[in-house]
Design a protein around this ligand. Structure first.
Ligand code: KL2
Length: 673
């Protein structure tokens, strides 16, 4: 009796509820995508993709199908040998995105469980060896096809669903289907006919992933439209034209680092760590959010040249890459849409400096100066160049001294690249994995433009870990880096042309005072007018005065760099796109989940204007200047990510979340005459 009630009443009711929920989330996603698909100047109104009622109808169809799919003799499992993957042209616009959770992709009929069991199953799967499932060859391959890209819409669909859509046959034996799906689903108008191809997928034994965990719902990220805030609205309406663009920062987790540190990923199903699984996922995510500027960290060199760069090129990006020095195989990349920006300059920055303990690590950064390209219709308008920097700072939680010195080098390069003829700065966007948490001294240094570091324990700088219990700790001493580096305490290069101009080197007062009593200084120049008692007297060396000759042995060989006592500064006025807190959840934002612990270490900083007298408890206040923050993709909290078994998971293929922000850069009129 109870069984009958369960089967005939509760189960269908639960399914109906889920379908409605799905429809609700899909509507929200559509709203979001409608907003985010526009990168043009002006507004966010462009809406592409299918209409919402159509979407709901499709969902209903899917739900009906799922209902029949429960029987073991399900006809919905296709014969893989000649699977015909059908893609809708609107796929990339995201209308199908929510229909393509793993539950849709992974069509193993045995695994259909209730929500409570799903999470248990996920955890069991994560902590156990790949399970043996008694599935036929074709079913196993279906999983391999389908499970390879949660963002992908490689869903064998009913005729009803694909009516009026392009149909593409894919030989799944020869190509990674997820990659193909990604490539083929790309808007064919904008992609060159020859898309890059990848090596054939390794023979990966993909065991069935948990099918019913609604990753897309758990990991849902809202688009926060900040352009509707009164303060921004007021500014935006004053300046009718803005050059709008989107910036993404993403640490994509280098595969070599996964292989070398597998014990960091014990919580992950082995198959989702496979590069052939992660690559199409990462590409899809990037493709989906469609940034105009892409700053990547942990980009493995061979993957960059063989896979990422060719793909990004096909997507309309111009790409720049800098590998780490030393033996590590990854580095950072900055890509920008060449239809929207033109390169003015590119500077790779190596932080490694031989012989300097404080700069003996192999991290790198890149600094680009880009000219935004206005459409022809705005030929009488002008927009300022934009400086984009990207870096991955040292991880070691104990070596904050190195992290700070690395930042100083990058900021000096940004200062040089972004400096205008008038001595101001073009707008700057600084992206990266800084391996430092919000409100750590390193974070405060970037945001407040100043840090007093003298005597600070090195581990404190990044706030990653508390080493206060340790007896010995390295302390920061001033100056943090030697003057020989040619960088001032203000994180600016020492102007090299200054000595050339005068033909002399600049020496410190103390250094020059050494020569007061040397024989040359005591000799009376012959042309000096003789004034009795004044110019005829020889200076007397005080009894304790050291002999100049002895001091001459160690003259300061460096150009004079004014150094303060343990305070470093920069003048870039940077503030963070994210606030590091989710007010609605009452919890901190998280950008990465090392060992299941959430932390923010990734940032997008941008140039703003400090508010006069705006200093709250040592924290500077800013308002937007020429560069306006119009929106951002919300981050998630630790508890939410734990529901999806942390990072990476089958849906998010890195141990970091991507950061995405939308900006508007003021367009001004060119003054005539
Ligand atoms: O924090 V990261 O992960 O941006 O996600 O940056 C570094 C770390 C990356 C490059 O060095 O490798 C990770 N324990 C945990 N993670 C480590 C460790 C470690 N000991 N060393 C490097 N990484």
């Amino acid at each position: 009796m109870i069984g009958t009630v369960l089967c005939y009443v509760l189960l269908p009711a639960a399914r109906l509820l889920r379908a409605l929920l799905d429809a609700f989330f899909t509507c929200r996603k559509n709203v979001l995508l409608a907003k985010t698909t526009s990168t043009q100047i002006g507004d966010f109104t462009a809406t592409r993709g299918r209409s919402i009622p159509e979407e709901q109808e499709a969902l209903l169809q899917q739900w009906l199908q799922e209902g029949t799919g429960n029987s073991p003799s399900s006809e919905s499992a296709p014969a893989v040998e000649e699977v015909s993957v059908k893609l809708t042209s609107a796929w990339l616009e995201g209308s199908e995105l929510l229909m393509t959770s793993l539950s849709d992709l992974n069509s193993v009929p045995e695994i259909t469980q209730c929500a409570g069991q799903q999470l248990t199953e996920l955890h069991t799967l994560a902590s156990s060896e790949p399970q043996e499932h008694a599935v036929s060859k074709s079913a196993e391959e279906t999983v391999a096809v389908a499970g390879s890209a949660p963002w992908a819409a490689v869903v064998p669909q009913t005729d009803h669903q694909i009516a009026g859509c392009a149909t593409v046959s894919v030989d799944v034996q020869n190509e990674d289907p997820a990659v193909l799906a990604w490539s083929l689903a790309h808007d064919t108008d904008t992609v060159p006919a020859e898309l890059p191809t990848w090596p054939i997928r390794d023979t990966v034994q993909l065991c069935p992933l948990p099918t019913e965990v609604p990753y897309h719902e758990i990991l849902w990220r809202d688009w926060e439209d900040l352009s509707v805030q009164p303060c921004v609205l007021e500014q935006v309406t004053k300046n009718t034209h803005l050059f709008e663009f989107r910036v993404m920062s993403y640490n994509i987790l280098a595969q070599d680092l996964v292989e070398q540190g597998l014990d960091l990923y014990l919580h992950c199903h082995r198959d989702i760590l496979n590069w052939n699984y992660r690559l199409p996922n990462l590409l899809q995510e990037i493709q989906h959010w469609d940034p105009d500027i892409l700053c990547l960290q942990e980009v493995q060199e061979n993957h960059y040249w063989e896979q990422l760069e060719p793909t990004f090129k096909a997507m309309g990006f111009a790409c720049f890459y800098k590998r780490r020095t030393g033996t590590k195989t990854d580095g950072c990349a900055v890509c920008y849409k060449h239809s929207r920006f033109q390169l003015i300059s590119f500077s790779p920055v190596e932080y490694f400096r031989p012989g300097l303990d404080v700069l003996n690590r192999d991290n790198v950064g890149l600094v680009l100066l880009l000219q935004p390209l206005l459409p022809d219709s705005l030929h009488l308008k002008a927009v300022s160049p934009l400086c984009v920097a990207n870096t991955h700072v040292l991880f070691n939680p104990r070596r904050g001294d190195i992290k700070l010195a690395q930042m100083a080098l990058l900021l000096a390069e940004i200062d040089k690249v972004a400096k205008t003829a008038e001595g101001n700065h073009y707008p700057v966007i600084l992206c990266g994995d800084l391996n430092s948490v919000p409100d750590s001294p390193l974070y405060k240094f970037i945001r407040n433009g100043e840090l007093s570091y003298q005597g600070m324990p090195a581990w404190k700088v990044s706030g990653q870990e508390d080493f206060s219990h340790q007896l010995y700790s390295r302390k920061l001493l001033a100056p943090l880096w030697p003057s020989s580096l040619g960088i001032t305490d203000n994180c600016q290069y020492v102007t090299p042309c200054q000595p050339k101009k005068t033909g002399r080197r600049k020496y410190s007062r103390d250094f020059l005072l050494q020569f007061r009593f040397c024989s040359v200084a005591c000799e009376r120049p012959s042309q000096l007018i003789l004034l009795e008692g004044v110019t005829d007297a020889n200076p007397e060396c005080p009894p304790l005065c050291p002999k100049p000759a002895a001091m001459m042995k160690d003259p300061d060989p460096q150009p004079f760099v004014p150094r303060s006592s343990g305070i470093m500064r920069h003048g870039l006025n940077l503030t963070s796109v994210y606030s590091h807190f989710l007010p609605q959840r009452g919890r901190p934002e998280v950008t990465t989940m090392p060992m299941g612990l959430g932390a923010t270490v990734d940032y997008i900083f941008y140039s703003a204007e400090p508010v006069e007298n705006g200093n709250r408890g040592g924290r500077r206040l800013y308002k937007d200047g020429a560069l306006k923050l119009l929106g951002r993709l919300s981050l998630l909290s630790e508890d939410v990510l734990l529901l999806a078994n942390g990072l990476p998971n089958p849906f998010c293929s890195s141990d970091h979340l991507c950061l995405l922000a939308s900006f508007g850069l003021e367009i001004s009129s060119i003054r005539e005459g």
